[in-house]
Design a binder for this molecule. Structure first.
Ligand SMILES: [Zn+2]
Length: 120
């Protein structure tokens, strides 16, 4: 299901972003200490490329995933939000991604409608 894919892309993008920042920081510290940096450079660069690819696919996906009730984009926070919409540390989209991955369900942050994903 598309929403599940988008939820995973969202989480992977965040994980990669953290890993990228860590490896960039490690690379910087090693560079300052004049220890060989080639491996860290390669790791950091490949993570940056991976991060960009994941972000692009996430944005492409999130443009297509719409709420069946209000037709707003589920992973967008630009539209009007429901007063009862829940947020995690990764924002409204983060909360929805968590719900989708953990419980196969989500609440639209725009209209407040609750949905169950089909379990297979
Ligand atoms: Zn909705």
């Amino acid at each position: 299901m598309q929403i599940k894919l988008t939820a995973y892309l969202f989480i992977v993008a965040w994980v990669l972003m953290v890993l990228f920042l860590l490896s960039a920081l490690t690379g910087y510290l090693f560079y300052k200490n004049e220890i060989g940096t080639t491996i860290i450079e390669v790791v950091t660069l490949s993570m940056l490329v991976g991060l960009l690819l994941i972000c692009i696919s996430y944005f492409a996906q999130s443009l297509m995933v719409r709420c069946p009730t209000c037709n707003n984009r589920i992973f967008s926070e630009k539209e009007k939000m429901h007063p009862g919409a829940k947020k995690s540390i990764l924002g409204f989209s983060g909360f929805i991604a968590e719900e989708v991955i953990k419980n196969d369900q989500f609440t639209c942050a725009h209209c407040g409608e609750h949905f169950y994903l089909n379990r297979e």
